[in-house]
Design a protein around this ligand. Structure first.
Ligand SMILES: Cc1ncc(COP(=O)(O)OP(=O)(O)O)c(N)n1
Ligand SMILES: Cc1nc(C(=O)O)sc1CCOP(=O)(O)O
Length: 539
C-alpha cells in the first residue's frame, strides 16, 4: 500500500530556543496551526530523551486536533515512542535503508539534501521527501563552510526529482519577503518541476504572531500552486500573466502591444530607479526622459528602500559595482513590492570579482529581465562558446543564440535579452529575434546600458497596462504583474528603430552627432514609425 501523502506547503520545524521572550511553545504551536501550517517536525537539539518524548507527545496531541501530521527530527526512538507519522534525518544520521528497516514501510522518511549527488542517493534509497538546504544564510543553525544554494541551486536539484514521486521542500533563511523569489527562482530549468513546500523555523517560531506569519506564508504557497496548475504545459517564466492565444501571437500583435506601451509611457510617466554606472548615468537619464518616463538615480540603501513602493521599475546595472549594498536593498525591495527588476550584469565574465558579485546579487533577489551582450550572457550561462570563439561583430557570438537565451531563461526564471547586431529575447518558451539597429550603436559608450534603461521603462509600462486592463492573476505569489516578454521586446525595438532613424539623418556625421540625434529620435519616435520599421521574427 502506498504511504500516506503529506501536504508539505508550510512545514514548521520547531525550535523552542527561538521563541520570543515570554511566548509559550505550545501556545505558539497552536497559533501557527490555526494560521495554516500543514506539517510539523519536532526538532530538539538540547533536550534529553525523556524531555524530547514529552515535547513530541504534547506536540502530536495539539497537531492531531488540526489533523496535521508530525515528524521527528533525527530520533527513531522518539518517533517509535510517540507514534508519529515519520522522521526527518540528515546525511550523517542513521542511514536511510536502516531507518526504513527500523520504522517499517508505512512511516514517512525525509532526508536532508545539499547537492545533486545527495539527491540522486535520496531517490535511489526511496526517500519520501527531501529537505533542500540551506537556500540562504540562516541564524537558526550553524551552516559554516557550506555554500548556500540560492533559488537556482535549489532548482537544479528539483530537476532530478521530476517523475520520481519524491517530494521536496526548501529550508534555510526562508521568510515572507523572499518566498515568491524562492518559489519562482527554483522552478527547475529542464523539467519545470517546483517545490512542494517550504520548511521554516524562525519565520514562525520567532514571531510574536505565529498565526499571521504562518497564514501569510500559506497564502503565497497556495497562490503559487494554483498559478502553476493554471499554467500546465506552459514553460515560459512570465508568459503566465498576459497569456495570449498562440494563434494571435504574430508580428502584428506584438507591434500593436509595443505601440500601446509607448502611449502608456507618455501618459503615465513612471519613475524608473536606476542604479547604474558613472559612465552612462547622464545618457541613461536622458533616454528615460525621451520616451516619456522619469529617471531617478538613487543608490543609498535607505533611500532605495523608501522609494521602492513609488517606482515603476528598477534597473541594476553593475558596471562599476560601487553600491552593492544599495543594489541588494533595491533589488530585494523590487521583489517585495512586485516591481519589475532589470539586471544588466556588465562585463560579468571579465573577472572573478564580477562573477562573485553577480552570484551574490542573484542569490539575494530575483531579476525579472536580464540583459547582456554575448560575453555576459555566455558567462551567466556558464558557456565557453563565446570566450573561445570571440564575439564576432557579424553575429551573436553563439552558434545557436535562440537556444542559449531559451535555456538561460529557464535556468534563471527570468526573461533573457541577448543584445548584439541582432537581438534575441526569450521567456524560456518563445524566442523573438529583432534585426533593427545601426552600426553607430557600437561607436558610442553605453548603448547596451541605454537599451537596459529602455527595457526598464517598458517593463514599468507593461505593469501599468496590466493593472489597468487585467483581472488580477494570483497576485499573492506573482513576482511582477504585466507581460515582461513584450516589455523587453518593446525596449529593444524602440531603441534600435530610433538608432536607425538617427543614423539616416543628414546632420549625423559620426558618433558625437549620432548620440544627440538618438535622443531626439527617441523623443520624436511615433508608434507608426516603429510599426513601419520593425524587423521582428518569432522563432
Ligand atoms: C525539512 C528539513 N530539511 C532539512 C533539515 C535538516 O536536517 P539535518 O540535516 O538532520 O540537520 P538537523 O536538523 O539535525 O540540524 C531538517 N531538519 N528539516
Ligand atoms: C534546520 C535547518 N536545516 C537546514 C539545512 O540546510 O539543512 S537550514 C535549517 C534552519 C532553518 O531555519 P530558518 O527557517 O530559521 O532559517
Amino acid at each position: 500500500m502506498p504511504r500516506r501523502q503529506l501536504d508539505y506547503s508550510v512545514y514548521l520545524v520547531t525550535g523552542r530556543e527561538f521563541l520570543p521572550a515570554g511566548k509559550d511553545y505550545y501556545e505558539s504551536l497552536e497559533e501557527s496551526l490555526q494560521g495554516g501550517v500543514t506539517l510539523v517536525q519536532v526538532r530538539e537539539k538540547n533536550a534529553d530523551t525523556g524531555e524530547f518524548i514529552e515535547v513530541a507527545r504534547r506536540t502530536k496531541q495539539i497537531c492531531d486536533k488540526y489533523n496535521v501530521p508530525v515528524l521527528i527530527n533525527d530520533r527513531i526512538d522518539v518517533h517509535l515512542a510517540v507514534g508519529t507519522a515519520g522522521i526527518h534525518i540528515g546525511q550523517t544520521d542513521c542511514p536511510l535503508p536502516l531507518a526504513r528497516t527500523l520504522i517499517g514501510p508505512d512511516a514517512i522518511i525525509g532526508l536532508s539534501v545539499r547537492n545533486v549527488d545527495e539527491c540522486k542517493r535520496a531517490i535511489e534509497q526511496s526517500a519520501d521527501y527531501i529537505g533542500i538546504g540551506s537556500v540562504w544564510h540562516t541564524s537558526s543553525k550553524d551552516i559554516k563552510g557550506r555554500r548556500c544554494l540560492g533559488p537556482d541551486g535549489t532548482g537544479e536539484i528539483l530537476d532530478l526529482l521530476d517523475g520520481t514521486g519524491v517530494k521536496a521542500v526548501a529550508i534555510g533563511g526562508i521568510h515572507l519577503p523572499n518566498l515568491p523569489q524562492l518559489l519562482h527562482g527554483s522552478i527547475s530549468p529542464k523539467t519545470s518541476n517546483t517545490l512542494d513546500g517550504v520548511a521554516v523555523i524562525s519565520d514562525i517560531v520567532a514571531s510574536q504572531r505565529p498565526r499571521e506569519s504562518a497564514s501569510q506564508l500559506r497564502e503565497i504557497v497556495d497562490s503559487f500552486k494554483r498559478a502553476r496548475l493554471n499554467l500546465k504545459g506552459q514553460k515560459g517564466v512570465f508568459s503566465i500573466i498576459d497569456a495570449v492565444d498562440q494563434a494571435a501571437l504574430d508580428k502584428e500583435y506584438l507591434v500593436k502591444k509595443v505601440e500601446g506601451l509607448m502611449r502608456i509611457l507618455e501618459q503615465e510617466t513612471p519613475l524608473i530607479n536606476q542604479l547604474t554606472n558613472k559612465v552612462v548615468m547622464n545618457d541613461s537619464a536622458n533616454v528615460t526622459l525621451a520616451v516619456g518616463a522619469s529617471p531617478i538615480m538613487s543608490t543609498n540603501p535607505r533611500d532605495v528602500y523608501d522609494l521602492s513602493p513609488a517606482i515603476g521599475a528598477c534597473l541594476i546595472n553593475f558596471g562599476t559595482i560601487d553600491d552593492k549594498e544599495g543594489m541588494k536593498v533595491a533589488g530585494r525591495q523590487a521583489n517585495v513590492n512586485r516591481k519589475p527588476l532589470i539586471f544588466d550584469p556588465v562585463a560579468v565574465g571579465a573577472t572573478s570579482f564580477r562573477r562573485e558579485n553577480a552570484a551574490e546579487l542573484l542569490a539575494h533577489w530575483q531579476p525579472t529581465i536580464i540583459k547582456g551582450n554575448a560575453a555576459e550572457i555566455g558567462a551567466l550561462a556558464e558557456s565557453t562558446e563565446v570566450a573561445s570563439r570571440g564575439v564576432d561583430a557579424a553575429g551573436s557570438g553563439f552558434k545557436d543564440p535562440a537556444a542559449v537565451v531559451k535555456a538561460l531563461a529557464r535556468k534563471r526564471a527570468a526573461i533573457i535579452v541577448l543584445t548584439g547586431p541582432t537581438d534575441y529575447i526569450s521567456d524560456g518558451d518563445r524566442v523573438y529575434k529583432v534585426s533593427n539597429g545601426s552600426h553607430f550603436l557600437e561607436k558610442i559608450t553605453g548603448s547596451g546600458c541605454q537599451a537596459g534603461t529602455l527595457i526598464a521603462c517598458f517593463a514599468a509600462a507593461s505593469r501599468i497596462s496590466y493593472l489597468q486592463n487585467n483581472e488580477p492573476f494570483e497576485d499573492d505569489s506573482q513576482l511582477v504583474q504585466g507581460d515582461m516578454l513584450v516589455a523587453a521586446l518593446a525596449g529593444i525595438l524602440v531603441y534600435t528603430v530610433a538608432s536607425e532613424a538617427a543614423a539616416e539623418r543628414s546632420d549625423v556625421k559620426g558618433p558625437g552627432t549620432f548620440r544627440s540625434a538618438l535622443i531626439d529620435e527617441l523623443y520624436n519616435l511615433t508608434p507608426e514609425v516603429v510599426r513601419h520599421r520593425a524587423k521582428v521574427e518569432i522563432l
